[in-house]
Ligand binder design. Structure first.
Ligand code: S3P
Length: 449
């Protein structure tokens, strides 16, 4: 009898190449939208009901932190059951009796820093896992303290967790951010909700706008303008009211199947109901530039977010070029796109992507190291990668180096290598995509040889 092409043993996955990927995948709910639905629901008046919530480790960190501050939230991941958040109002979060643990989640820590900075008379300490404790928090703490009057303290001049937050009355202001980061922008908007005057955030280029869309839906006074909608102003005073939210599938999770099908011979994958917010669809633009066989159908809007069904087939691919303007629209998809570049005919270039060095891992360094272990030729630059394809890869002993998106991207390379690969730390995928490995096994079974 032939062995299964994918085997999971503890935190290790063994993958045999040579199968096509075929079938339909309902990807889990959008991670960014799930965090925001929990956070905004918690500080709204009345209940918020969330359908299609992502029941993964990152949003669980947000939910657990909110519960520790007295917010009732029904269990995440009850079979098809929506998650209900009983809002406590803007000033209703209680001082927790212990440290708030944000786990691996930068979104949890940065958005909470903004929200808690204005919780007058309460003290909070935020920490996270070894990766999160090394990630830069000054990009949020600095404008909160310098412009809005927040009090945040910690190692390295208050830029590294664990961080102590002394909640106080904040003031508004105009803040120009040096990086296009939705986490920074969202933290400042959350801080603005209770500030004494409006807060304006001006980004160097536009980051994902889920916070603006959802805050408006909850009733906040949020205005977006300026060239390329880079200026966002929130004027405090409007109460947030609980909402019914439908979370679309996460395009960042769909990206693994888009690239997986595009590079694996004989593959076809259909992905219904994926979020197509234009601030997130850079990966579709790149695949189209590469000549990828991609179709988008049934476009519609759900709770203020565009969605649609995607179908992708294997086919010949050309190279791509990603520069700083495009990076914010596909920042989390670069590891998967690096794998796509290996199988494309020509030289692909990514630059202006220095932000990848401060994600869950230094993704430029980690992807280069891991792909080289498969014999890949990858040039790592200060702010990007240069990859000439097509390349022949050999199966190898690989590691996620604890990074969920690295784990899933390496799987796509392993599927198209010569010989089996073993990925250590494959369990990291559960940070954003529980069930990823089982889903991959099903697609391989349906694909056959
Ligand atoms: C996120 C924003 C992005 C992204 C992260 C989620 C969000 O980070 O990489 O996975 O939910 O706001 P930055 O804001 O740091 O670019």
């Amino acid at each position: 009898m032939q062995s299964a092409p994918l085997q999971v043993a503890g935190n290790r996955v063994t993958l045999e190449p040579g199968r096509s990927l075929r079938g339909e995948v309902t990807v889990p709910g959008d991670k960014s939208i799930s965090h925001r639905a929990l956070l905004f629901g918690a500080i709204a008046q009345g209940a918020t009901t969330i359908h299609g919530m992502l029941a993964a480790e990152d949003p669980r960190s947000t939910a657990d932190c909110l519960r520790a501050m007295g917010v009732a939230i029904s269990p995440l991941g009850g079979r098809g059951q929506p998650v209900v958040v009983e809002g406590v109002g803007l000033d209703g979060l209680q001082e927790p009796g212990d440290v708030l643990n944000c786990g691996n989640s930068g979104t949890t820590m940065r958005l909470l820093l903004g929200l808690l900075a204005g919780c007058k008379g309460r003290y909070f300490v935020l920490t996270g896992d070894a990766s999160l404790r090394q990630r830069p928090m000054g990009r949020v703490g600095h404008p909160l303290c310098q412009t809005m009057g927040a009090s945040i303290h910690g190692r390295a001049n208050g830029t590294l967790a664990p961080l102590g937050v002394n909640g106080c009355q904040l003031q508004g202001g105009v803040i120009g951010t040096s990086v296009a980061s939705a986490q920074v922008k969202s933290a400042l908007l959350l801080a603005g909700l209770g500030a004494s005057s409006s807060v304006s955030v001006i980004e160097p280029s536009r980051s994902r706008d889920h916070s603006e869309r959802m805050l408006k839906a909850f009733g906040a006074d949020v205005r977006v303008n300026g060239d390329y909608n880079r200026h966002v102003r929130l004027t405090p005073g409007q109460p947030l009211r609980g909402q019914e939210i439908h979370v679309p599938g996460d395009i960042s999770s769909a990206a693994f199947w888009l690239v997986g099908a595009a590079v694996t011979p004989g593959s076809r994958i259909r992905l219904p109901h994926v979020g197509l917010n234009p601030t997130r669809t850079g990966v579709l633009d790149v695949l189209q530039t590469m000549g990828g066989q991609l179709r988008v159908e049934n476009r519609k809007q759900i709770t203020g977010e565009p969605v649609g069904d995607l179908t992708v087939d294997h086919g010949p691919l050309g190279p791509f070029s990603i520069g700083p303007d495009l990076v914010p629209r596909l920042v989390d998809e670069i590891p998967a796109l690096a794998v796509a570049a290996l199988f494309a005919e020509g030289v692909s270039r990514i630059h202006g992507a220095r932000e990848l060095r401060v994600k869950e891992t230094d993704r430029l360094a980690v992807m280069t190291r891991q792909l080289r272990a498969m014999g890949a030729v990858v040039e790592e630059t200060e702010d990007g990668l240069v990859i000439e394809g097509p390349q022949k890869l050999r199966g190898a002993q690989l590691s996620s180096e604890t990074d969920h998106r690295v784990a899933m991207s390496l799987a796509l390379a392993a599927l198209n290598a010569q010989g089996p690969s073993r990925i250590q730390g494959a369990d990291a995928a559960a940070v954003s995509y529980p069930g990823f490995w089982q889903q991959l096994g099903r697609l391989q079974e349906a694909g056959g040889q």
